[in-house]
Design a protein around this ligand. Structure first.
Ligand code: F6R
Length: 247
């Protein structure tokens, strides 16, 4: 895995936004894999700016998000559909019919998971997948243990993830306990992956994921198997990696 360490969060974010923009410019029908979470908010803000000031054109792009909370309809303000509408989809010229997230309110979760995998395959697979990392070591919502061959499915959220995302819901009791997520295997099939991590709270888990042994207990460590994965870090998130390199 290639690792790029930027001086600060802004520079890390800018680099990732530029890589996504280049993908869209070189291939207007790009199939993008998207993530949510706080880290991605500034990436989307930059893409929106590029759309407004440089004419970055999303009109023919197709997108697939990694995950959605089980039990939340897309109209719920805590749903990832709502997040994406707010931060990106309704701010640029993407055709909403080409934007996909798993349906957290689907009546039949098993067929929803199968449908999601089928839609990705019918789009020709994901060309560029954006990833963040959770304190539990998750990518998407692949909580430990998530084997490298796992596919889109319903998972129980880890305690660390519930702690991490409780502030957004304003109380642990309000947070969904399950999510529907692309699997680690689904992610590994994406042609190119970019993992973005910023802030010192990510430093320990980044060192384990990037330099530790491959283990389903740190699902992000499976990215070491990917032939084209770039990790973009700021200095704070890279702190423990640098410690390892000194030893
Ligand atoms: C959500 C997702 C998660 C987040 C991760 C980091 O779609 O894919 O894996 O990327 O939980 O979240 P933040 O950026 O809020 O720290």
């Amino acid at each position: 895995m290639e690792v790029v360490i930027q001086a600060n969060t802004d520079a890390a974010t800018e680099l990732v936004a530029r890589i996504v923009a280049r993908e869209v410019q070189t291939n207007p029908r790009a199939v993008l894999g998207l993530a949510t979470g706080r880290t991605m908010e500034t990436v989307y803000a930059r893409l929106v700016q590029m759309h407004r000031s440089e004419g970055l054109d999303f009109s023919a792009c197709r997108t697939f998000n990694l995950d959605e909370y089980v039990g939340l309809a897309g109209t719920d303000r805590h749903s990832y559909r709502h997040y994406m509408d707010q931060h990106l989809f309704r701010q640029v010229n993407i055709d909403l019919r080409n934007t996909h997230l798993p349906d957290g309110a689907a009546a039949d979760m098993r067929s929803e998971c199968e449908k999601y995998e089928r839609l990705i395959a019918e789009a020709g697979g994901i060309g560029l997948q954006l990833l963040g990392i959770g304190h539990s070591g998750h990518i998407g919502f692949n909580e430990p243990p998530s084997p490298p061959g796992s596919r889109t499915r319903v998972v129980a959220l880890a305690a660390a993830t519930i702690r991490q995302n409780t502030p957004i819901f304003g109380g642990a009791e309000k947070m969904p306990r399950r999510a529907i997520t692309m699997g680690v295997g689904t992610i590994l099939e994406c042609r190119r992956c970019i993992l973005l991590a910023t802030g010192d709270d990510k430093a320990e888990i980044i060192a384990k994921a990037l330099k530790g042994p491959l283990t389903s207990m740190i699902p992000a460590s499976a990215l070491q198997l990917h032939p084209d994965c770039l990790a973009v870090l700021d200095e704070a998130a890279a702190a423990c990696l640098k410690e390892l390199q000194k030893v």
